[in-house]
Design a protein around this ligand. Structure first.
Ligand code: ZN
Length: 147
């Protein structure tokens, strides 16, 4: 399942990637381009734009909330879960699991010493690990799932 998030929901796109969803973010405000990308790549459009549902040839998921927390709940309730730490939150590239030694000098010393699993985005050259946003996210998901 793949998604494209419209220009108004940039924060949501980042959080969806942290959750592991394959999510493109359309910076362009042109509705036509958004539809074209969704059609071409078979992506579900995530939007608050009430003009979009009903567009032929694309699936549209209309968010009802303008708040990030509520939006994430809507996603979580309507789509199957993905796996955390599998996508770069900045560019959506699938992360590569790297040996611990590769992270040495590239992540804070404390992080290196206290973690064993590291992931890497070959595009952004950014390292990822089970850091604060994962803990925050797990906590959040527990809350959402028990509601
Ligand atoms: Zn990246």
């Amino acid at each position: 399942m793949k998604f494209v998030v419209d220009f108004m929901c940039g924060r949501l796109a980042r959080w969806m990637r942290i959750l592991g969803y394959d999510t493109l973010y359309m910076r362009d405000t042109d509705r036509g381009k958004l539809i074209e990308v969704a059609r071409k790549e078979g992506r579900i459009i995530i939007t608050r734009d009430t003009h979009l549902p009903g567009t032929p040839g694309v699936k549209v998921f209309l968010l009802s909330s303008e708040f990030i927390r509520e939006q994430l709940k809507e996603i979580r309730k309507n789509f199957p879960p993905a796996e955390m730490l599998t996508r770069c939150s900045l560019c959506n590239t699938p992360l590569e699991k790297v040996p611990k030694e590769k992270a040495k000098g590239n992540v804070p010393e404390y992080t290196y010493l206290t973690h064993d699993e590291f992931y890497y985005c070959p595009v952004c050259k950014k390292f990822y690990w089970e850091g604060t946003h994962c803990e925050f996210m797990r906590e959040f998901l527990r809350e959402v799932d028990s509601a």
